[in-house]
Design a protein around this ligand. Structure first.
Ligand SMILES: NC(=O)c1ccc[n+]([C@@H]2O[C@H](COP(=O)([O-])OP(=O)(O)OC[C@H]3O[C@@H](n4cnc5c(N)ncnc54)[C@H](OP(=O)(O)O)[C@@H]3O)[C@@H](O)[C@H]2O)c1
Length: 332
């Protein structure tokens, strides 16, 4: 039996879904995979707790956080799972925590996009030095296995471009605009449906979708995602009339991010009209799609996998269990 004690960084929606899944499925993972997955500690920037008997104490009983390497050593963690906010303000600390996890002998599983955007090279170097893995499939579209497909294709398949519609809020809002909603009403509807997170600025500006495609270029072409320039076309109130007209023509507007092999270090995000039958036009609500153009072999499209905290948590469960089955250093 492989014992994998985990320290979880963050205790928001994604972290709680991840912890709940481990606690409720521990026996199944033991019998199906021969892996005893346990949450040994949880740490936010304000407090931490060690865990025994699969029981999380109330937050009022947590203690002040210690240095991360001390916590990892004390609970003998083999994996650090990171589900802290993807914001630029916290990026340096998130990268430092990731590097610390690897240097402390743990594998890193992250759902935090900015850790990768700001720390790709540092994490890659630390991973290769320590022989520990970085797993990141929760960063490129929750349950959508886009990172898995990118990693697989990077083994010898000539991918000439990658494009994607990987922000559920943007897709949902564009469809509501085409129904005649104002931008404010469309965003509010996305919030009510549980699709939009608190501040939708990064969804509407194209920043979020650009970041996900930047991360995929790291897997596909060994690029540093943070080195890419981005050109972003935002979703604004003025888009509504174009969305309504597109609907009248049997088309849908989609927020599409593109990166090309022969245009290094550039990711563009634009609002495009696509037919309703096309892979991007057929998306509904928070569904997502990524298209890998494989030259003479044509496109490979991965689609579906609605966005939710539970979806992101399940991607991290998959990443964590895969550490028991195939460990290779590098960002994967
Ligand atoms: N929600 C989704 O559907 C989804 C899908 C894919 C990926 N993601 C990504 O998953 C990550 C987590 O998302 P979420 O929705 O769970 O976020 P969230 O609900 O905002 O929770 C963030 C948690 O991180 C803690 N935190 C903040 N800074 C920290 C630090 N420096 N060290 C340790 N903990 C820290 C917060 O602590 P306090 O509780 O003390 O404030 C909070 O518990 C984000 O990067 C997000 O982009 C989310």
């Amino acid at each position: 039996m492989l014992v994998l004690p985990v320290v979880v960084l963050g205790y928001g929606a994604v972290a709680r879904a991840y912890i709940g899944q481990i606690i409720s499925h521990r026996a199944e993972y033991r019998s199906r995979f021969g892996v005893d997955l346990t949450v040994a500690g949880v740490r936010t920037h304000r407090a931490q707790t060690e865990i025994t008997e699969d029981t999380i104490p109330p937050r009022s009983e947590w203690s002040a956080p210690t240095a991360l390497d001390e916590l990892i050593a004390r609970v003998e963690a083999r994996v650090v799972v990171q589900a802290v906010p993807s914001d630029d303000a916290g990026a340096a600390e998130a990268v430092a925590d990731g590097v610390c996890a690897l240097r402390s002998g743990a594998h890193l599983v992250t759902a935090t996009k900015t850790t990768l955007l700001h720390g790709w090279r540092a994490l890659d170097a630390a991973s290769r030095e320590t022989g520990r893995a970085v797993k990141l499939s929760g960063t490129t579209g929750a349950m959508l296995p886009a990172a898995d497909v990118a990693r697989s294709l990077s083994n010898g398949i000539h991918v000439t471009s990658v494009s994607g519609c990987v922000n559920g809020t943007a897709t949902f809002v564009l469809d509501r605009l085409s129904d005649g909603d104002s931008l404010g009403d469309a965003v509010e509807a996305a919030r009510r449906a549980g699709i939009a997170e608190g501040d939708p600025a990064a969804d509407l500006s194209g920043r979020d979708v650009a970041t996900k495609i930047q991360i995929l270029t790291g897997l596909l072409w060994s690029r540093d995602p943070g080195a890419a320039e981005t050109i972003l076309e935002p979703i604004t109130p003025a888009i509504r009339s174009a969305a309504v007209r597109a609907k009248g023509r049997g088309q849908r507007l989609r927020q599409v991010a593109v990166a090309d092999l022969d245009i290094p270090d550039l990711v563009t995000v634009s609002i495009r009209a696509v037919t309703r039958e096309s892979p991007l036009g057929a998306l509904n609500g928070p569904e997502k799609a990524v298209i890998f153009d494989c030259g003479e072999f044509g496109p490979v499209t991965v689609t579906g996998g609605q966005s939710s905290p539970t979806g992101a948590a399940m991607a991290m469960i998959k990443d964590t269990l895969s550490l028991a089955l195939e460990v290779a250093p590098g960002l994967r």
